[in-house]
Design a protein around this ligand. Structure first.
Ligand SMILES: [Zn+2]
Length: 133
């Protein structure tokens, strides 16, 4: 754990939305421990979750995508197959679409929201503006 955590500071937490360990901002603390954090990647606020890696991940295969040894955003993106669609905010996308962003490179659409979708790139997940309705 990082030694010096305070409200407004950075802390690594498991993001329930991105399903990754990511940098978060501490929103609320109780007894010197973060209880609510805000994800710097997707912007969602949720309860602080310590790294799930601390728990033995034996038979509890919660997500089928995690069954292979170690998955990183890069390995997921590299494994994605399909026509690569160039990103445009005027288009709408579906989960599983492989897109190419002029700055972030290749990415895989995770889920769609109103007027945006979350896309996993090789370094991390980002929310992009799209024409999704
Ligand atoms: Zn997140």
């Amino acid at each position: 754990m990082t030694g010096n955590i305070s409200t407004g500071g950075d802390v690594d937490s498991f993001c329930t939305r991105c399903r990754l360990n990511l940098a978060h901002i501490v929103v609320a603390m109780v007894a010197g421990a973060p209880v609510r954090v805000k994800c710097k990647t997707c912007g969602s606020t949720h309860r602080f979750r310590d790294m799930p890696a601390e728990r033995p991940r034996s038979a509890k295969g919660r997500s089928p995508a995690m069954r292979s040894a170690r998955q990183t955003p890069a390995s997921v993106v590299d494994a994605a197959e399909g026509p690569e669609i160039s990103y445009s905010m005027e288009r709408s996308y579906r989960p599983g679409d492989v897109i190419v962003h002029s700055v972030f490179g290749k990415g895989v659409v995770q889920k769609t929201l109103f007027r945006k979708c979350s896309v996993l790139f090789r370094d991390r997940e980002r929310v992009l503006v799209t024409a999704n309705t």
